[in-house]
Design a binder for this molecule. Structure first.
Ligand SMILES: C[S@@+](CC[C@H](N)C(=O)[O-])C[C@H]1O[C@@H](n2cnc3c(N)ncnc32)[C@H](O)[C@@H]1O
Length: 403
């Protein structure tokens, strides 16, 4: 996968202490008991209130924070909901914000007395809610999380320690790039989505990526092709019956269903459960059916869907080529399932990844050999989780001599 660098995980040491660190965290002491000291510090911190929350404002582990304080801090550090291929902008009330992080106002209120003494800059509901956004793009927080994970937390009970390690490792892995991120829900917002479909956004569950199950992630190609289909208010690209191959998390199929078409979504067996969940989550069941279909072994799909033998008027592929065999499978399955009509078309959206030039060229050559004629081609810039990406969109139809 391009763009993912495991070194992103590491960072230079950066700041190791500050005045605040030295004042509040006296090595070997549990907490600072001098009240005049605290008052002065509070006043200084009031002056400093416009400064965003810093990692040094969080409860230091040497202060032996109780379990509920650590758990609340680790929950509020949960990353904002992913929107498209970047962090979302959440406009939420404090109680909505906390509820998205499995916290309640009451739980946070309960820890405020402890925070007032030990972490005064985050000792109100409002400032506590600032913790998450303050660290969304910061690497300093990795240092805090690893400090929690490397502490024996020996003032807490064993099951509590387990809970804290679990929460800290989840926060850490969320910050280690898409490939190591735990389950999350991605929100997709597209131009004119509401106007064309009545949906404000699409929500896609994405389990953590295991082995090479790339269909558990939403790829930039499906985003860019979905936008093209939404923009196509003349219905130039879609004609029923429609089959999507390698539907992944289901974005295109869900959009197509909400545009009013019936679509069959297909993928490998291991991708189907999450695909079905996403179709249901977005209320697209009425027009979107999900089926197993392995491009190399389509027999069981054909057996379960005898009408497929009549052929489809639209085949949709988004990001189908990233290994040696795939060009051949994509070309063969297209030949098998594209209806024999002048209307029938294949929509192919492919990222231009530099390491896969050979596979793309092979696919284009095989498509021509099979009798498909390229009728439209556009190159376009877009995004994926790993940064900017160029994409190509192609439409193929049967060459008249093959009909
Ligand atoms: C890179 S992902 C793209 C997923 C989705 N179309 C998108 O753009 O977000 C490639 C998809 O093709 C599916 N796929 C790969 N090889 C396949 C095969 N032999 N048969 C069926 N599906 C396959 C994968 O399971 C995965 O869902």
């Amino acid at each position: 996968m391009t763009g993912f660098d495991v070194l992103d995980f590491f960072e230079p040491c950066g700041r190791v202490s500050s005045l605040r660190d030295e004042l509040f965290v006296t090595p070997g002491k549990e907490k600072v008991e001098d009240s005049s000291f605290k008052e002065n510090a509070d006043a200084a911190l009031q002056d400093d209130i416009t400064r965003t929350i810093d990692v040094l404002d969080l409860p230091h582990i040497s202060l032996k924070p109780p379990k509920n304080v650590l758990i609340a801090i680790l929950r509020v550090l949960k990353l904002e909901q992913q929107c498209n291929f970047g962090p979302g902008v959440e406009e939420l009330t404090p109680s909505q914000f906390l509820s998205n992080r499995d916290l309640t106002i009451e739980e946070v209120s309960d820890i405020l007395p402890w925070l007032k003494i030990h972490s005064p800059r985050i000792a109100s509901i409002d400032s506590f809610c600032q913790i998450g956004p303050s660290f969304s793009g910061s690497r300093d927080i990795v240092r805090y999380l690893t400090t929690v994970l490397s502490s024996p937390l020996n003032w807490l009970q064993d099951p509590d320690v387990e809970d804290i390690y679990k929460a800290a490792s989840s926060r850490l892995s969320e910050r280690c790039g898409r490939t190591s991120r735990p389950d999350f829900v991605r929100k997709i917002v597209l131009n004119n989505l509401y106007k064309r479909t009545g949906c404000e956004s699409i929500l896609l569950k994405e389990p953590s990526l295991t082995s090479d199950n790339l269909g558990l992630k939403t790829w930039g190609s499906s985003f860019i092709l979905s936008q093209r289909l939404i923009n196509d208010d003349k219905g130039k690209y879609l004609k029923e019956p429609i089959l999507e191959l390698g539907a992944g998390t289901g974005l295109i199929g869900i959009i197509v269903a909400h545009l009013g078409y019936h679509i069959t979504l297909s993928d490998l067996p291991e991708i189907l459960p999450n695909l079905k969940e996403n179709v249901k989550l977005n209320n697209a069941n009425a027009r979107a059916d999900c089926h197993e279909l392995d491009w190399d072994q389509p027999d069981s799909f054909i057996k379960g869907n005898p009408d497929s033998l009549k052929g489809y008027n639209t085949l949709v592929f988004s990001d189908p080529v990233y290994s040696t065999n795939q060009p051949r499978w994509v070309a063969n399955i297209s030949e098998q399932f594209l209806g024999k009509s002048t209307e029938a078309r294949i929509l192919l959206q492919v990222p231009i990844r530099s390491g896969f030039q050979k596979e793309r060229d092979h696919l284009w050559a095989l498509m021509a050999d099979k009798g498909f004629q390229l009728v439209e081609s556009h190159q376009q810039d877009g995004y994926d989780d790993f940064g900017e990406q160029e994409f190509v969109f192609r439409v193929y139809r049967w060459h008249s001599s093959f009909l």
